[in-house]
Design a protein around this ligand. Structure first.
Ligand SMILES: *Cc1c(COP(=O)(O)O)cnc(C)c1O
Length: 378
C-alpha cells in the first residue's frame, strides 16, 4: 500500500540533524522549558510575523488556552464550523459555553460568512451572549478572514483562527499567524509542520493576551515566575524540549516543503480535473495542502475507494460526519435548521495521499488508477 502520509521519507532526509538536536537535549538535560523552547518560539514568530508565539502541548490545548484567557463560560455562544475536526468544538464545550454550528462554503470548505450572521441571530434568539468565532483553515487554505472580521466587529466577537492545518499558508499576502487577534496551530506528526509526538502553538499580536497565556500554560503561575504562586486557574500545557528541538530542524526545510506540496497539488489537479471536482483555492491564498480533497459522486464514492484500495492506493474521508450530527455534539444549536453544505460535503469528499515526498511516478500511478477506477464504474 502506498502511504497516505510518508513521514519516513522526510525523516530520512534530515535524520542526522534530528539526531544531533535530540542528543543536545540529552546532554543539557533541560527536558522541560529548555533553551530550544524559547528558540523555537522566536523562530516561529520570525517565520510568520506574529509578535508573540507561545508553544504548547498540542493544538487542542492551544485552542483551550485562548478560551481560558478570554474567560469564556456558560451563557456564551462560540461560533464553530460544523465541517471540521472535533477539537475545534470540543474546547468550547470544556468551558461550559455553547457551540453554535456554522455552515461552510461549498468551494473552499471554509466558514460561510452568511451562515455566521445567521448563527449570531440564532444565538441571540436563544438568549445566549455572542462571544467569539473560531474559523478553521480547512485542509490548509485560510478562511475568509476579512469577511469574518467585519461581521465579528459588527457583533463584538473575538476571532481565534484554528490554523492546525494551515500554518505556513497566506491570505491576501498576509501570513497565517497574523490573520486574527489570536491563531492556534498543531504540530501533530501528520500536520504540514509536525513533530515526533504532540505539540502546538498560539500566535498573537496582543501583549496582554500573551502575558495571560504564559501564566495559563503553567498552572496559572504568577508573572514573576514563582511556580508556587497561582493567580488564576491554568493547566500543564508546555511543549517538551525534545519536540521543540525537532521542530527547529523541521522548520528549516518547511518553506521548501510548502513549494513541494504545491507542485504535487498542481499535478493532481492537472491529472484529475476532468474526472472529479478538484480543490478550489482562492487566487489570493496559499494553501499548505495539509490534505488534498476531491469531490466525487456520493453514490460512487464507496466503489471508488474500494477500487483504489485494490490497487494499493489509500484514500480517506475527511470528515464522514459533520460535527452537528455527531452524538457528542448534536444537542448544540446550528445557525439554520440544517447545514446543507456540511451535510453534502461529508457525503462527497475523498482525500488522496499528500506529502512533500510523493514521487512523480507514484503520483502518476495514483492519478492513472483513479482515472481507471472512475471509468470502470462508469
Ligand atoms: C489537528 C487539529 C486540531 C487539534 O490538534 P492536536 O494537536 O491534535 O490537538 C484542531 N483543529 C483542527 C482543524 C485540526 O486539524
Amino acid at each position: 500500500m502506498i502511504p497516505f502520509i510518508d513521514l519516513a521519507a522526510q525523516q530520512k532526509r534530515i535524520r542526522p540533524q534530528i539526531e544531533a538536536a535530540m542528543l543536545r537535549v540529552l546532554d543539557h538535560g533541560g527536558y522541560i522549558m529548555g533553551p530550544e523552547v524559547q528558540a523555537l518560539e522566536d523562530q516561529l514568530s520570525a517565520f510568520c510575523g506574529a509578535p508573540h508565539t507561545l508553544s504548547c502541548a498540542n493544538g487542542t490545548d492551544a485552542l483551550a488556552l485562548i478560551l481560558m484567557a478570554k474567560q469564556v463560560g456558560p451563557g456564551d455562544a462560540v461560533f464553530v464550523p460544523s465541517f471540521t475536526f472535533a477539537a475545534t468544538a470540543e474546547v468550547v464545550a470544556w468551558m461550559g459555553a455553547t457551540v453554535v454550528f456554522i455552515d461552510v462554503l461549498p468551494d473552499t470548505f471554509n466558514m460561510d460568512p452568511a451562515s455566521l450572521e445567521a448563527g449570531v441571530q440564532k444565538a441571540k434568539k436563544l438568549g445566549l451572549r455572542p462571544s467569539g468565532v473560531i474559523p478553521v483553515d480547512l485542509f490548509g487554505q485560510p478562511a475568509d478572514y476579512d469577511a469574518i472580521a467585519s461581521l465579528a466587529q459588527a457583533h463584538g466577537l473575538w476571532v481565534m483562527a484554528d490554523a492546525a492545518q494551515s500554518f505556513g499558508g497566506t491570505y491576501k499576502g498576509r501570513k497565517v499567524g497574523t490573520l486574527a487577534e489570536s491563531t492556534t496551530t498543531s504540530f501533530f506528526p501528520a500536520k504540514p509542520l509536525g513533530c515526533y509526538g504532540d505539540g502546538g502553538a498560539v500566535f498573537t499580536e496582543s501583549n496582554d493576551l500573551f502575558e495571560v497565556l504564559k501564566s495559563l500554560r503553567v498552572h496559572g503561575q504568577c508573572a514573576d515566575g514563582d511556580k508556587y504562586k497561582n493567580i488564576r486557574i491554568g493547566m500543564n500545557g508546555r511543549l517538551d524540549t525534545l519536540q521543540a528541538a525537532i521542530l527547529i530542524e523541521k522548520l528549516e526545510i518547511f518553506p521548501g516543503e510548502i513549494i513541494m506540496r504545491q507542485s504535487i497539488a498542481d499535478r493532481y489537479t492537472k491529472g484529475l480535473q476532468d474526472v472529479a471536482t478538484v480543490p478550489f483555492v482562492r487566487k489570493d491564498c496559499q494553501s499548505t495542502w495539509a490534505i488534498y480533497t476531491l469531490k466525487v459522486d456520493p453514490l460512487k464514492r464507496v466503489a471508488i475507494m474500494e477500487g483504489l484500495k485494490e490497487k494499493g492506493v489509500p484514500s480517506v474521508i475527511y470528515y464522514p460526519l459533520p460535527l452537528h450530527r455527531q452524538e457528542a455534539y448534536c444537542a448544540y444549536p446550528c445557525a439554520t435548521d440544517s447545514l446543507p453544505v456540511s451535510e453534502a460535503l461529508s457525503q462527497t469528499v475523498l482525500s488522496l495521499p499528500m506529502h512533500p515526498y510523493l514521487e512523480p511516478e507514484t503520483q502518476d500511478f495514483i492519478i492513472q488508477t483513479f482515472r481507471d477506477v472512475v471509468k470502470q464504474i462508469g
